[in-house]
Design a protein around this ligand. Sequence first.
Ligand code: HBI
Ligand code: FE
Length: 285
Amino acid sequence: MVAEAPPGTRPDYTIDQNWDAYTAADHATWHTLFRRQEEILKGRAAPEFLEALADLPMAADRIPDFRRLTDMLHPATGWSIVAVPGLVPGDIFFEHLANRRFPVTVWIRTPEQMDYLEEPDLFHDTFGHVPLLMNPVFADFIQAYGRAGQEATRLGCLDYLGRLYWYTVEFGLIRRPEGMRIYGAGIVSSRGESVWCLEDPSPNHIGFDLRRVMRTHYRIDDYQETYFVIDEYDQLFAALERDLQPVYEELKRTTVLEPGGVQPGDTVYRRGTGVYHRARRRAAE
Ligand code: HBI
Ligand code: FE
């Protein structure tokens, strides 16, 4: 749900980060989350993510100041961080991305929410999403996504585009010579999923294909049944380089796919056992 706009929120939903207002508990939460993920992601996160994390003024011991992050990010790829109270309306979100402004939530989770919270917080947005904005190709892709979001809103096709974002920006994997690596913000900011997505035999690893991803349902409250795999970030940018309207028209004539299946034509890097989600479904019956 969209955050109610607290007093001082501007029409574009941006606010001041108000860094001095963070408490010792907030900084301690950041410290715990940062140290944990820094350790877990060695050998699991994409090299480009780890390099950018090391280059950015993002330390373990305290919540980063968004202005300091922008000081480095803007010269690198033209992106700025804008502080927001939480989820903002879709059209506002796309407008920011289309103008190379990345909205980052100002509040951080409580210690009780350490391992799961339903909305993106400062750690998810800053640690998960910001580093790859240092990568020129990925940075261009996110701006293209913002523009595509504005068009898809007009066309009433946000479902298709939302699945693309989910299976790449949030939960994407990338192949590297050393092996399968994580670049999705939703995974790199989650302790359990950072390990599970690569090492548990349950999920599928399937090669990225624009139409395949746009047709496939996703889970918002649990690990993914399928992770889609790219070889290079260029594939994401190229996916949005085309006129998407005919793609949406074509997809309207196809059925939506359940997340756990494998389709003829899929490039299957790993056929998962599906044991985890079968057990979850049985438990839910
Ligand atoms: N707002 N702050 C923020 N961050 C998001 O990731 C976000 C959002 N609003 C809407 C949204 N994401 C998605 O629904 C987009 O697909 C529109
Ligand atoms: Fe996110």
